[in-house]
Design a protein around this ligand. Structure first.
Ligand code: DC
Length: 212
């Protein structure tokens, strides 16, 4: 039986790093589902196609190859903005959710992170975590990341952007970002990544004890 760990939460909450650590710890496959929305958006932008044509966006979504997804080529701000626009389209979501569910069945187990994993993609996941942090902390983390990478950034612009992204992700009609009823909440505002990982591991080990 495949074990799936579902990790949801808002942008820049530390889900990605945490999910990779967890997948490594348990020897599970990992899928960052945000990349599936980003890859669809990039394909549209690259082809000069509109971002508001649901049928065209769905066609692109169906062509996304999960194996080749790479955050370093999909991290641009413009791609994130476009991704959050096409993510409101039900036909795009249906296509990507289908592919994500297929991935979630890989043996021996999987970690999927995104916005709707515990609520829509894998409602039967063995463990569900909802990872969050205050908008101020998330904006500061993103700011530090850009500066550490040698770039220049404007904290206030990033903060406004984080809030705007939250509104869009939480306010959309189809699969809005929200914790599943049975998700464990993990607020990482005052935690290092290592502390968040240890807290997640304790929750996962306890949940897995009861499933095996
Ligand atoms: O996590 P991210 O910034 O890479 O996600 C990009 C966009 O994709 C984000 O605005 C919301 C959307 N998304 C989604 O709707 N559902 C998911 N499971 C993952 C991401």
């Amino acid at each position: 039986m495949t074990l799936t760990i579902a990790i949801d939460g808002p942008a820049a909450a530390g889900k990605g790093t945490l999910s990779r650590r967890i997948a490594e710890e348990y020897g599970f496959h990992h899928l960052d589902t945000g990349l599936t929305y980003r890859a669809t958006a990039k394909a549209l932008l690259d082809a000069g196609l509109p971002l508001d044509d649901e049928a065209v966006a769905e066609k692109m979504a169906r062509e996304v190859e999960l194996a080749g997804l790479d955050r370093s080529v999909l991290s641009a701000h413009q791609i994130g903005e476009a991704a959050s626009k096409i993510a409101v389209m039900p036909a795009v979501r249906r296509a990507l959710v289908e592919a994500q569910r297929g991935f979630s069945r890989k043996e021996p187990g999987t970690v999927l992170d995104g916005r709707d994993i515990g609520t829509v993609v894998c409602p039967d996941a063995a463990v569900k975590l909802y990872v969050t942090a205050s908008p101020e902390v998330r904006a500061k983390r993103r700011y530090d990341e850009i500066v550490a990478g040698g770039g220049s950034a404007d904290y206030h612009a990033i903060f406004e952007d984080v809030k705007k992204r939250d509104e869009r992700d939480m306010g959309r009609a189809d699969s809005p970002l929200r914790p599943a009823a049975d998700a464990h909440l993990l607020d990482t505002s005052e935690m290092s990544i290592e502390a968040a990982f240890q807290a997640a591991k304790t929750l996962i080990d306890a949940a897995l004890q009861t499933k095996i």
